[in-house]
Design a protein around this ligand. Structure first.
Ligand code: ADP
Ligand code: FBP
Length: 306
């Protein structure tokens, strides 16, 4: 079973505006709200691809109830731990450019932390775990490390989609998959990375540090894939971009789904890009039919082994 862990879920509240005026009144032309948080997005896309998963993490209050019922409607297993504070609402402002404001997350005491670690103790080497998104500020920065230690000891393949210090710290472990975006890769290495070739070079450093599969997403420019044997470049397909929130998470889901179906790295990468772009072209996460339609149109170029 694939388990997705979202320590800090959210409702993503998307507001479409034109000419947002800081300090003034702006009326939104359209609003949407979706269950969010990186692992939850991955579970939702996996489910659209007919791959079951179980969503783990902390939820609470009326916002948490919304997430629970949305996942139930979509037939997604969850085993969330309840907190006494409402799950955060993250605001996604769509004007000519997209801006995001993400909340800090709930207070999680020792008991809640222990309950999650006990849940994870029940995973076996037959399972896979995805650690996704930010660590709420009340948890120690080392929380993902604690989880990683346990998983690696038990040979549980670990996929990671997070950023900043949390990502840096996890690179000490042999990870199954990581998917930084361009900014996250630049932050990791403290350098501007402005071409696909340079992206591949830095992605290869991550492979050399022990990551089995590295995908770097580059928004409208597509993505780069590196493993021990291969370097691949994908162009993003053209289409009307509606909402890129969750596009990166969709890539992770696409890759994990394809590997569950024993597809080759190239096919898995293709599926990953198709999922990312299907989401970018939708107001919610991409739909199965759109992923299938985009799949064949993704152009993949082979790179050298830098
Ligand atoms: N403007 C776009 N046009 C087409 N596809 C896009 C666009 N923006 C994002 N995507 C798709 O979504 C993937 C992930 O996007 P990106 O913005 O890099 O991820 P993240 O959400 O993690 O920042 C890209 O690799 C691409 O497949
Ligand atoms: O935990 P973080 O880093 O605050 O990120 C949470 C946000 O990331 C998302 O999962 C979207 O992530 P991506 O756009 O990177 O795929 C949103 O649903 C959510 O609001």
């Amino acid at each position: 079973m694939i388990y997705t862990l979202t320590l800090n879920p959210s409702i993503d509240y998307t507001m479409h505006v034109s000419n947002f005026e800081p300090g003034g009144l702006t009326r939104a032309t359209e609003t949407d709200y979706y269950p969010g948080g990186k692992g939850i997005n991955v579970s939702r896309v996996l489910s659209r691809l007919d791959i079951p998963s179980t969503a783990l993490g902390y939820i609470g209050g009326f916002t948490g109830e919304f997430i629970r019922s949305a996942l139930k409607t979509e037939g997604i297993e969850e085993s969330f731990i309840e907190t006494n504070q409402p799950t955060r609402i993250n605001v996604k402002l769509k004007d000519d450019v997209e801006s995001e404001i993400n909340g800090p997350g709930p207070e999680l005491n020792d008991l809640l932390q222990r309950r999650l670690l006990e849940q994870l103790d029940r995973l076996t080497s037959e399972d896979r775990l995805l650690l996704a998104g930010s660590i709420p500020s009340s948890l120690p920065d080392s929380f993902y490390r604690t989880i990683a230690e346990k998983c690696i000891k038990k040979n549980i393949p670990l996929a990671v989609d997070t950023s900043g210090q949390a990502l840096k710290e996890l690179l000490d472990y042999p990870l199954y998959l990581i998917k930084p975006n361009q900014k996250e890769l630049e932050d990791l290495f403290g350098e501007p990375i402005d071409s696909k070739e340079k992206t591949a070079l830095y992605a290869r450093k991550l492979v050399e540090e022990g990551c089995e599969h590295v995908i770097v997403s580059l928004g409208g420019e597509g993505a780069v894939y590196v493993d021990k044997e291969t370097t691949l470049f994908a162009d993003a397909p053209k289409g009307e971009v509606i909402n890129t929130v969750g596009a990166g998470d969709s890539m992770v889901a696409g890759f994990l789904a394809a590997k569950e179906q024993h597809l080759s790295p190239e096919e898995a990468f293709r599926k990953s890009v198709a999922c990312g772009s299907a989401t970018a072209f939708d107001s919610d996460l991409g739909k199965r039919k759109d992923v299938d339609d985009l799949y064949e149109s993704i152009i993949i170029h082979q790179g050298g082994k830098e």
